[in-house]
Design a protein around this ligand. Structure first.
Ligand SMILES: [Zn+2]
Length: 418
């Protein structure tokens, strides 16, 4: 039988493991050593050594460079995440690149470490038929398989796969995604299908699936890049997604669907059809592709449509209308959710006024005007001229590589909980 004091020590080590992992994954400026961790956690040196040993033995941490810390003649060693302990992040997205006439749906895979560093360049596979789940599973498998083989050749180990896509995702099932084929509206066990196919390459790899915006929010939280209680909005070329935080947890509603911000109705009655099948959804009227369609251009050719010089005034007025609709969406979101802050990520042409003033300025000015006049009176101050930029933090969309790192965020959360 285990002695009670040994049992107590083990329990203490288990309790402290997430804390040390968090300190290493998200250092506050200085690298973490055993002594520094002992100070941070207010524990004894020997206990800090045991916690570090447990994480090193498990392959999660390694010893890094010697540090210039005076600990009575002994040199302290920095603790780092193991660069060979990897997760594959897979991003399913339309329009990572364009193919032929339309925008191809693709699966991009890249391996990431626990601290969110990319361990190799991404591999991209095109989904041949977006209405066929087998085609999607096969593209994901192919991208993962190549990524895994390359990592193993370099002596690294893949421990899991994280997949993100737009739509309603819950418990590794995809309930609906209009991003990957409008006809694919039957719930699909995407996670287990990917696991089955990847198991044919060797040892099985578990899969965690996340909504794309939720994954971005999760990743920002893990890395300290987001305030608790805030909201993330993604303005993509074809769609709009969002994630709401309650405190520092992602809120996904009673059935895992929330928030389908791109599909709130902002025009009624409306003849503008959305990819989800409804009419008048926010993403059917406020996205770059929605503007292109108004300019009688196919949605995927939105950049060309915006540059059409002969229609300058019309382009401007469509941008003002689209920006106004985004403002309606955002003010409703503010009134419903009361976020501490909104992080609005978007395509450069719609979000970066410095480099794209001809398109971003009319769009964003219209958005700000509508937000200012439609938020509940007690929120008006936070969305006034002076504070708007702080309350709605404009950022460029994460790159596909950053999105792949975000796709591994549920794995990092899980490792930290164990
Ligand atoms: Zn819709």
């Amino acid at each position: 039988m285990m002695r009670p004091d040994t049992q107590r020590q083990r329990t203490l080590v288990d309790q402290l493991r997430p804390r040390l992992l968090r300190a290493v994954i998200r250092p506050d400026g200085e690298p973490v050593s055993r002594t520094r961790f002992a100070d941070l956690a207010g524990i004894s040196g020997p206990t800090a050594v045991r916690v570090a040993r447990s994480l090193i033995d498990e392959g999660l941490l390694v010893e890094g460079e010697p540090l210039e810390i005076n600990t009575g003649g002994r040199r302290e060693i920095a603790l780092r995440v193991n660069p060979k302990h990897l997760y594959v992040g897979v991003v399913v997205e339309d329009g990572l690149t364009t193919e032929g006439e339309g925008i191809a749906t693709q699966a991009l895979a890249a391996p990431a470490t626990l601290d969110g560093s990319l361990a190799a360049d991404p591999v991209v596979e095109t989904v041949k038929d977006t209405k066929d789940i087998s085609s999607l599973v096969s593209a994901i498998h192919s991208a993962v398989s190549k990524t895994r083989a390359r990592a193993e050749r370099q002596g690294a180990t893949i421990h899991g796969i994280g997949v993100t896509l737009g739509g309603h995702v819950r418990d590794e099932w995809v309930h609906h995604s209009s991003n990957i084929g409008a006809e694919w509206d039957q719930p699909a066990a995407l996670g287990s299908r990917i696991e089955s196919l990847c198991a044919t390459d060797g040892s099985p790899l578990p899969v965690l699936i996340d909504n794309d915006a939720n994954a971005i929010a999760r990743n920002l939280l893990l890395r300290g890049g987001m305030e608790p209680g805030s909201t993330v909005v993604l303005l993509k070329q074809l769609g709009i997604g969002a994630a709401n935080l309650v405190g520092d947890a992602v809120f996904t509603g009673a059935h895992g669907m929330a928030p389908e911000f791109g599909h709130i109705t902002v025009e009624y009655p409306s003849k503008r059809k959305c990819r989800c099948g409804n009419y008048g959804c926010l993403e059917a009227v406020a996205t770059p592709s929605a503007v292109a369609k108004r300019l009688q251009s196919p949605g995927h050719l939105w950049k060309q449509a915006l540059l059409a010089h002969q229609a300058r005034e019309q382009v401007r007025s469509e941008l003002v209308e689209a920006g106004g609709y985004l403002g309606i969406g955002l003010s409703s979101l503010i009134n419903l959710q009361d976020p501490s802050k909104i992080y609005l990520f978007g395509v450069p042409e719609f979000i970066d006024e410095e480099h794209h003033p001809a398109t971003a300025t009319p769009y964003l000015e219209a958005m700000r005007t509508v937000v200012k006049s439609h938020v509940f009176p007690s929120a008006a101050q936070r969305f006034s001229e002076a504070l708007m930029k702080e309350s709605i933090d404009l950022r460029l969309l994460p790159s596909p590589e950053e999105a792949a790192v975000a796709a591994t965020a549920r794995w990092v959360e899980r490792v930290m909980q164990e």
